[in-house]
Design a protein around this ligand. Structure first.
Ligand code: SF4
Length: 434
């Protein structure tokens, strides 16, 4: 059977897609690049915002047409599957299987049941060992950096967030497992690893997260170590120390702020004030100036006033984030924020988002300009030039690099090369091999 997996959402979901692909490959299934070539299509979904959910339903509509023309097995996995469960069959009766986020390893069984003629099979059980996935099974995409799960789930309860429902409470992978997987990846040629979890810095798989970073960094042959994502209240002095002193841990931190107003943070149940967030950044000391820092913002949260939004702009200005991901608040079913009065007109929300993104683009431009003329190591992320003529690479500081390379010259995929930065735009750095 030929299968195709379409994934939306975060890196956790990307990595789940790699695990699902590995499970099917181990059963002798063949991965193909398009729906048209596939006999089994899995939609590995995201439900963090309404827009992501709309995309899934629109793709399901397309698959219904496809299924009228030929035999096709359609499955839904990921956060929307965990959230909606059997309701998905009602909304889209052509779905054959629904697989929850904590039941990944049940996929081959569900597919076998569909092949045996059972209609509408589902498993959304919260298997307690889902995070102990055998790394040998994972079928990794052809990427320069390998993703490694260290925790699943989240014990926080932010009022806008669906994740505690779709991913469950925290489960921590034992550090010995994590180390074994990283050693195996380095032996296969990976030089960069990103440790993943909804909240990596609350890690408790036999040591603290700061300890885990130190232990993983000792793996010989590993060059760069990243992690995502973090909750500010679990960001400790010890973690900051490792971040600024360990040469393998990249000088980049993504620490979601969400709002610059204490009143809004309280309604979001983020468990910190702006002052506490800034105190955590202060743990980085003067090393902060050598690092890049990014964050997340939600604008137009229920009850957000002009003053609240002005506070957010003020913090953006004061911290001068190198980058940020910002979105208009998206109400999610079953979350506590749904009970809050949300009467801010969409036009106001959109205007706030526009202002914030405009200022962020200027700050990112300034951040990128600081790299001009410098020679820095960058990791090659493509096997050749893109259609635009440049190679794609990435710096330790998480800057996207467009590398102009003379004709006939080849660059080593996944390896570090020195690059001289020649151009700074808000979205990328232009460079040439030094
Ligand atoms: S920390 Fe908050 S926003 Fe992040 S996953 Fe947990 S509940 Fe969601």
């Amino acid at each position: 059977m030929r299968f195709h997996i379409q994934t939306w959402g975060c890196q956790m979901n990307d990595h789940d897609g790699e695990k699902l692909s590995g499970l099917l490959s181990a059963e002798g299934f063949e991965a193909v690049d398009s729906v048209e070539e596939a006999e089994l299509v899995l939609l590995n979904t995201c439900s963090i915002r309404e827009k992501a959910v709309h995309k899934v339903y629109s793709e399901l509509g397309r698959l219904r047409e496809e299924k009228l023309r030929r035999p096709l097995v359609v499955g839904v996995t990921g956060c929307l599957a965990q959230q909606e469960q059997a309701a998905l069959f009602k909304r889209a009766p052509h779905i054959d299987l629904v697989l929850g986020t904590m039941a990944l390893r049940q996929l081959p069984r569900l597919v076998a049941e569909v092949q045996a003629g059972r209609a509408r099979v589902m498993d959304t059980t919260e298997y307690p060992d889902n995070h102990l996935f055998p790394p040998a099974v994972t079928r990794r995409r052809d990427t320069a950096k390998a993703l490694v799960t260290i925790t699943e789930g989240c014990n926080h309860a932010c009022t806008y967030c669906i994740v505690p429902t779709t991913r469950g409470t925290e489960r921590h992978r034992p550090y010995g497992d994590v180390l074994a997987e990283v050693r195996g990846l380095v032996a296969r040629g990976y030089r960069e690893v990103e440790l993943l979890g909804q909240n990596v810095n609350s890690y408790a798989g036999g040591c603290t997260f700061a300890d885990l970073l130190e232990r993983v960094s000792e793996v010989e042959g590993l060059e760069w170590l990243r992690f995502t994502t973090s909750h500010p209240m679990n960001f400790t002095r010890e973690l900051a120390r490792v971040l600024v002193t360990n040469p393998k841990v990249v000088p980049f931190l993504h620490l979601p702020l969400q709002s610059g107003s204490d009143r809004v943070l309280k309604r979001m149940l983020r468990e910190y004030t702006v002052a506490e967030y800034l105190e955590r950044l202060g743990y980085l000391g003067e090393a902060r100036t050598r690092m890049t820092l990014s964050t997340d913002f939600i604008v137009g949260f229920p009850g957000e006033t002009d003053e609240d939004f002005a506070d957010t702009l003020r913090v953006l200005e004061d911290v001068a984030f190198d980058g940020s991901f910002s979105f208009i608040y998206s109400p999610r079913p079953g979350t506590p924020a749904l009970r809050l009065r949300d009467d801010l007109p969409m036009g106001v929300k959109s205007e706030r988002l526009r202002q914030l993104q405009l200022r962020q683009a200027e700050l990112t431009q300034a951040s990128n300009t600081r790299f001009l003329g410098r020679v820095i190591p960058v990791r090659i992320e493509t096997h050749g030039p893109t259609e635009h003529g440049w190679w794609l690479a990435r710096s330790a500081e998480w800057k996207t690099i467009h590398l102009s390379v003379g004709p006939g010259r080849d660059l080593p995929f996944g390896e570090l090369v020195p690059a001289r930065i020649t151009l700074a735009s808000p979205h990328f750095l232009g460079a040439e091999p030094a």
